[in-house]
Design a protein around this ligand. Sequence first.
Ligand SMILES: NC(=O)c1ccc[n+]([C@@H]2O[C@H](COP(=O)([O-])OP(=O)(O)OC[C@H]3O[C@@H](n4cnc5c(N)ncnc54)[C@H](OP(=O)(O)O)[C@@H]3O)[C@@H](O)[C@H]2O)c1
Length: 286
Amino acid sequence: MKRLYGVIGYPISHSLSPVFQQAAFDFTQIEAAYVPFEVRPENLAPSLNAMDLLGVEGFNVTLPHKEAVFRLVQDRDPVALRIGAVNTVVRRSSGWLGANTDVGGFQSAFRDFVDMKIRSPLSHPLVLGAGGSARSVIFALQDGGFSRITIANRTPERAQLLLNSLFSGKEKEGLDVLPLEKLQKVGEFDVIINTLSRGAFGEGFPILEEAGLKGVKGMFDLSYRTDGLPTPFLQAGISAGIPWEDGLGMLLEQGALSFELWTGTTAPRHVMKEALFRKLNRPVEE
Ligand SMILES: NC(=O)c1ccc[n+]([C@@H]2O[C@H](COP(=O)([O-])OP(=O)(O)OC[C@H]3O[C@@H](n4cnc5c(N)ncnc54)[C@H](OP(=O)(O)O)[C@@H]3O)[C@@H](O)[C@H]2O)c1
């Protein structure tokens, strides 16, 4: 009998996960179907029960359910406990286990970006945004050894709350918060990571034009476009000849880590990437 996996979100039709997860199951000859489920927030709890009753083996969780699923599952892995959000759910005999592979996905994609495209040490990241994904990014950066991190957000109070809930006492040393509109006053960061909502500034990114990019060695965007064009954030870096990376690498890596949690099998990353890039009509670079 086919095993059943999926992704829940609202809306869900845009999700690219079915493309590369199904490719991974097919390549590894695991008889499984990976299905997108559109779940309205008010139906979340009964949907988890329904998936349990229907025998679903595991699923990904995307916007806006990551924090709510964290509260609904029976057990959580250590990273999910630290972040307070779940993007991967695994069936266990004791009930649903909630895991967080966004942190590992970002860590791996960012490490590849630094090693392969920046190729020099970094000391001071600037993170734009203080929402759910910024939580994973800031934790991953600090966990990865960065002792100076600046967070710029439209609502600086939200960024401060994020830091207070994620870190205690000494861990907060070297972590600064700035209002997004004051960005022109800083310039000592050497990599910029964008976690703002897709299209936060429409088609442009005026904040960066004002701040300038002097000293910036790389730009990493969690967002991506499906039409092959760079995001407005990355466009600013491309014009200035700065190495860049969009969110597809992180998307693939968090998915690969989910696949490994569900199956105990090494994810066929090259196959997943090929399937995703073919779908997006993008060339698969080495
Ligand atoms: N590649 C991947 O694997 C991956 C994984 C996770 C997320 N993402 C992407 O990351 C992005 C953010 O996701 P999220 O879950 O962190 O979203 P979120 O929790 O809703 O956070 C949104 C952030 O954007 C800011 N923002 C929204 N509208 C704005 C505007 N008009 N002007 C200035 N700031 C604005 C918010 O500021 P305030 O706090 O002031 O409201 C907040 O900092 C999404 O595009 C998502 O698709 C990608």
